[in-house]
Design a protein around this ligand. Sequence first.
Ligand SMILES: [Zn+2]
Length: 461
Amino acid sequence: MILIQSIRSSILLLLTIVLLKIDVKGFHPYLAECGDVKPRQELYYPDYNIYHNYKTTKELIITLADNFKDYIRLDLSYVSRLGEPQLLVRVTNFTHLKKQNITNYWRNDSSKKRVKLLISSGEHARELIPTESVIFLLTNITNGLKHSGDKRPMDNAAYRFSHYILTYVDLFIIVMLNPDGRKYAERTRNYCWRGTSTGVDLNRNFEWQFGGSGSSSNKEDEEYRGPHSFSEPECNVLLDLTSQYEFDAFFSLHAGIKHIYVPYSDSMSQKIGRKPANIKEQLKLASIMAKSSASKFTYGHAYDLNDYAADGTVFDYMAGKRNIPFSFAIELWGNGDNSNKRCFDLFNPHSQDLKAALESIYPIFVAGLTSLIQKKLQRNQNKHLFDAKLNLYDNSLQVHSQMSGMIDQVNQEEQNFNFKIKNVLLSASSNTALERKNPDFVDWVKLGLAKIYYCLPAKFF
Ligand SMILES: [Zn+2]
């Protein structure tokens, strides 16, 4: 009897557990999948007649670079693990190099007076809007330029904007940092996929608190950091560029919420309250950028705005290791996660809303660029003042040196003079015949010479 009761109880318990689990899954079918990158039934998918996929992105960038050779240079040599180009473009006014017959645009870094900004987009496969936003930016920058065969009447505002940016900015954009991940998401329609072809989250793969609790060693996890720092070949383009050029600013573009993060985001910084030395300036720029959009953007320390830390991020590395003065992670779109969200809708607007979203994001770039330009101009002006002071100092050193020469000469002449006087005094004092003939005259001469001798100007040094 007891045995039968126990079996009944066990069966009931088992049934309850099974039913509860089904119930939980029914109530929240995605709860069990939080944090992983398995596909989910999406609320909506991208319409690739409106969104760019990797192929059309590449075609568009190649066309832009072909149309505006004097302003956009494309480098296809940086590739992903599977050999897909990451579409690195450099945007500035190259015409002065052309005039000088300098053909190696990439190695020439003569434009130190321009703002050097590096933008990294397409880091996370499921976030399409960062790449759309840089395409929108490039389209606007080139909107005021004419290419051969272009019959458009030139709009003055567009012309002025294009030339303003191209004159004062040296802009590097990695249009698609993670092409393999993007192509995987497009092919499988798994818009929860975030990592590379091996599932590594590039934004946890950098050598800044790598391996900390704000990342994962689990390959199934969306924050999988990889076997070691920089394990992914996709990192190379960022490492190379930041070792070759001295950037004024770095923007790492993402989506999911509307936040602008200043460093740092890692668990150690959160623990010890670490901040960059120029935190006030960084927050000021973040504030200007956040306020420029019609949408509400929040800005601040990454570890203050989020309830999680992130270790091994690109923007922390650029701030902490590469010492780039302004290094932001910018979340361009979204309202944060909640139980109704799937994946694509968490990170990207519906295709019909894409244009409006891009128009609300665009002022953030413009505000960032114009503020950085003003800072650079101010710094250059200060540098001119500094150079002028340096020239004055050099001149004063020259004067000093000339004066020293003159003083040496005076000293030499003084010595010669003293020597002569001493001789005169000596001969006068020994000239007993003259003394005998006119003793008053000899005293007068002695006194006069002694006065001259002792009343020479005081030394300068
Ligand atoms: Zn992201």
